[in-house]
Design a protein around this ligand. Sequence first.
Ligand code: ADP
Ligand code: MG
Length: 241
Amino acid sequence: MLGSQIQPHAGVAHLQGVSKAYGNGENRITALHATDLTVERNELLLIVGPSGSGKTTLLSLLGCVIYPTVGQVFVGGQEASALSEKELAHLRLRQIGFVFQNFNLVQPLTAAENVALPLQLQGVGKAEVNERVAAALELVGMSNRRKNLPKQLSGGQQQRISIARALVTDPPLMLCDEPTASLDHASASVVMNELRSLADRGKAVAVVTHDIRLKPFANRIVYVDEGRVYTEAPTENVYAH
Ligand code: ADP
Ligand code: MG
C-alpha cells in the first residue's frame, strides 16, 4: 500500500485521485472530480478556468487548507491528507507561501512588519527576522517601501509585499489565487515577472487565474471546467474575454 510514502517523481505537491464535494444531500456539490496533478520545482503552473469551475478548490487542496473528500494529497514528501489540523498548520507554515487577490496585508502594520509575520509565527529570533525581511523586500524590489503602511502603496506594490511575505520563509511551494485580478495591466506584468523569477530560482509556483493574458509566463497550463481538470482547453478560446 502507498501508506504515507511519497511516490517517486511526485514533485513538490501532488494530488492522487483527489476529489472534493461540499454540502450534504440535495445541497451536495462536487466542486472537483477525481484529479491527479503534480506541481514541480522550477515550474510556474497556470490554472485557468471560468468563475465557479473549481480553481480555488483545487488550489486549497494543494495548499492543505481543506481535506479531500476522496484521494491523497502529498506535499514535500509527506501525505498531508493523513495529518491532523494542527500538523497541517505546521506543514503550511514551513512548506507553502500563499498570495491572494486582495493581498490580505494587515493594515496597521508597515510593509516590513507584514513580511515579518510568518517568521515570528515560526519563532525566529529578531536579528534573523530583520535580515530575512530585508532580503525578501529586496527580492521584490520594495526595500525603499519597507516603512510604508499598505494604504500608502499601490495595488501592485501591495501585491509585491504580499509576495515577499509568502517567500520570506523560503517555502518550496507558492500558491497564488487570482494574484493579478485587482491590478492594472502594467502592475500585473510586474507581479507575474516576480512569480516567474521565483519559479526560475527553483520554487514550484501555481497560479490560479481566469485571465489568459498570463499564459506567456507559464511553463504549463491546466484548464478547469465544471470541476474537471484538463491539460488542453476544452474548446478553443473559451476563456477569451
Ligand atoms: P472558482 O475558484 O473557479 O471560482 P471554486 O473552487 O471557488 O471555483 O468553487 C467551485 C464550486 O464549489 C462552486 O460551485 C462553488 O459554489 C462551490 N463551493 C466552493 N466553496 C464552497 C464551500 N465552502 N461550500 C459550498 N460550496 C462551495
Ligand atoms: Mg476562486
